[in-house]
Design a protein around this ligand. Sequence first.
Ligand SMILES: *Cc1c(COP(=O)(O)O)cnc(C)c1O
Length: 231
Amino acid sequence: MNEIQQEIQSNIKRIIDEIPKGVRLVAVSKYNSNDRIEAAYSVGQRLFGESRAQELVPKAQTLPKDIRWHFIGHLQTNKVKYIVPYVSCIESVDSFHLLSEINKQAQKINRVIPCLLQFHVAVEETKFGFNIEECKQMLLSDVYKEFCNVSIIGVMGMASITTDTDYIRKEFRQVKQIYTKLKSDFFANDDKFSEISMGMTHDYKIAIEEGSTIVRVGSGIFGERMYGNLS
Ligand SMILES: *Cc1c(COP(=O)(O)O)cnc(C)c1O
């Protein structure tokens, strides 16, 4: 076991100790190699996050089968078919068009894919995500009501990258409000709709205080990413 692997293991243990019982940790392993993921796996981590299809697929094929993979990045519709056999959740559903494609591809392999709807609350970090009106229109549509191979289990959001923690907190509150509104208007009788994915390395503590149920931590576990490390 090398130094980096030991570091990864102590980071995982520390974060697991820190977060409350009801909050799940997604270890964001993008741009990190299999041996680093295995270091996390060997201290019990089973939930990992990837943001690129071409990275998730080979990892899922070669690493232990009891790993659960969350897809967390912007997903192009032409990549959906590659990842649906491997993901346990797609956290970054940001359009009706994408949800429709996930439903179609999941149907072909007879799966129901748990999905989170991504909302755009940050100022400019990402242009991806629903706004509440678009989302309501989708949920009210007859087309959506026919989807049998996707299960919407909650919402996902990212805060702005800033050192202003009040600002970050405000954005997380917005995500929580969206969740609460959708829960009461569309999912009141659906126990599966229960997840709020928010919080990354630099803001997961604030996110938990504001109601997060899933935190996505990458560099806080694996260290700073070396982009271009993997092809
Ligand atoms: C990369 C990424 C993360 C993890 O970011 P860190 O700052 O390294 O913790 C979380 N969520 C999404 C959507 C990401 O793309």
